[in-house]
Write a protein that binds this ligand. Sequence first.
Ligand code: 6PG
Length: 661
Amino acid sequence: MKLIIVLMGVCGTGKSAVAQRLKEQMKECDYIEADEYHSDKNKEKMSNGKSLTDDDRHDWLLSIRDAMVKSCASEGQGYLVVACSALRESYRAKLSEGLELQCRFVHLKGPKELIKARLESRNKHFMNPSLLESQIETLEEPATAALTIDVERSLDAICELIQSSLMQKSSWFGVCGMGVMGTSLARNLASKGVPISLYNRVNQETNEIDVAHRLLEKFPCFSSSSSKCSAFDGDLERFVSSLQVPRKILIMATAGRVVDVIISSVLPHLERGDVIIDAGNSHFIDTERRQKELWDKGVHLVGCGVSGGEEGALKGPAIMPGGQRDAVAIVKPYLEAIASRDRDGKPCCAFMGEGGSGHFVKTVHNGMEYAEMQLLGEVYNYLKVVHRLDNEAIATCLEGWQDTQPLSRSYLMEITVKILRKQEAGECVIDSILDKSGNKGTGNWTAVAACELGQPTTMVASSLFARYLSSQKDQRVRCESSLLPENNATEGTPLPMETLCEAYILAKVTNHLQGMQLLDEANSPRAPEKYSGVKSLDLAEICRVWTAGCILRSELLQVMRPILLQDDGKAGAAALLDDPELQHLLKTCRAALKHFVASCIVRDVAAPCFSEALQFLVGLTTGRSASSALIQAQRDFFGSHGYQRLSDDTGTVYHTLWDKD
Ligand code: 6PG
């Protein structure tokens, strides 16, 4: 992919001279002089000392952009230098639209007197020197992503700096950690034509010696003519120095101490303005601590949720970046390039908010993923134990649900069908799997967040606990023979499939409602101090990002998005409860959920997540909770904690001497 250097700044900063010199010095270097694209009308206006308006500049910018696109249409690498004032952020956006990955802005900047003197010495140029004032007024300094150079330097020094920072660097982006996910993300980005550097540690004990180099040889995307990539095994310094500034380094490593170790070894090689992206499943509080530590040295950390597993990482994951807005803006074109696309073709990648917002949203995503997986597990178990269906019949049944009930469709449902059909040596693989479900911690963090935020995210918690109970396999086997009452389970006709499917859809909706309510609460001013870094989560946008590429993607998320978008998203998760169609579903499917949970209870078939869904809905639709009133009375009885009265809405706290007449 061609690298475009846009030399920007007010008139008289020497943009054209620098561009010409770069063209002479660099091989395969094209040059666009923006002045040549002005209409006669614009030229006349400027020579009469009249400044151009946004409207005057509109067509001019578009024609320059067209010329840029044309110059970049050819295969291969090389450079395009554009000398263009590009004074405003909106002008720069217009110029680089669709070319964001390859466009770099270099801001030539200097003292007004020097620039004025240069302008006045210029011959035969239509630009009237008196326009300098208005250009200075119009100029919006670019954010951190641009390279800023003082024009008091010599022409040679300016060109040398541009070449050494941008043009002589072999790579635009670095990926550190060549595990399955890191490799897939790197392949995804390289296949978009971005020259990248790959880094992997060297560890003799685990025989990790030349992982990055071997990947370079293995995958053609790393050596195509438009994106020549480089590999660095164990040489962080050379890896870092191969990258354009500001450096963009994506770390894909197991959450926890490893991330700290990698950051501390890469940090000494970085400079102010560089950006690290932590694309693993880090805890949002760790991310915020690291952001502060790195920012002390002027380096940004973007905490980035990435969902979609190996295939998603390769073909298009959902991406949830968070941190300083400017830092996210620097890396966003790359993240957007590799992200999945929603139904409107927009990248499933959006700024999630400041601090650890990206990782917090990913954590909640994973918690909800636990519940979605548990629900499917419980459906499978019921169909196996109660309906006595074999794996193929269950797969066929679940396929049928997807045909007849669109809201049951999801990625997890699809893979479940495939899993049930997978055979090895004529046997179903699923039947040979040890029934202990593992976890890496994000479900646990979601449950903790629910407790800290005071949210009844019961389905995530019950799914997590179900995994914990499942992992106590030995105890389960022992207790099956020692504790199970005789004649425990009641027989009866298995529930019809339609009932099961309705119960499943309602439980799914409930899980999504709980998840959205949890995200909403993190936004609220009530949230504890710990959550102060997680600000302004946009539920509708999160929902959009989750519609494609991620593990949670489903038809339900497609349905939820317009609901959450209503009224500019002001209602938050409450919009889901107010939506007439969801209300109808919550009412009409309730009986099915009750039948399913009841059927599981009488037969001793475990269905903790379905049960929690039902209990949550019962609680949610109980206006007067006698049990809660009793708990308040008990608390006041033994601890004088006080209580409020229904008849008094002033918030007055009452205390009763319960033991005295
Ligand atoms: C994703 C997944 C991914 C990973 C989980 C598994 O969105 O792509 O959630 O992040 O599969 O970390 O988590 P557990 O091991 O805790 O189930």
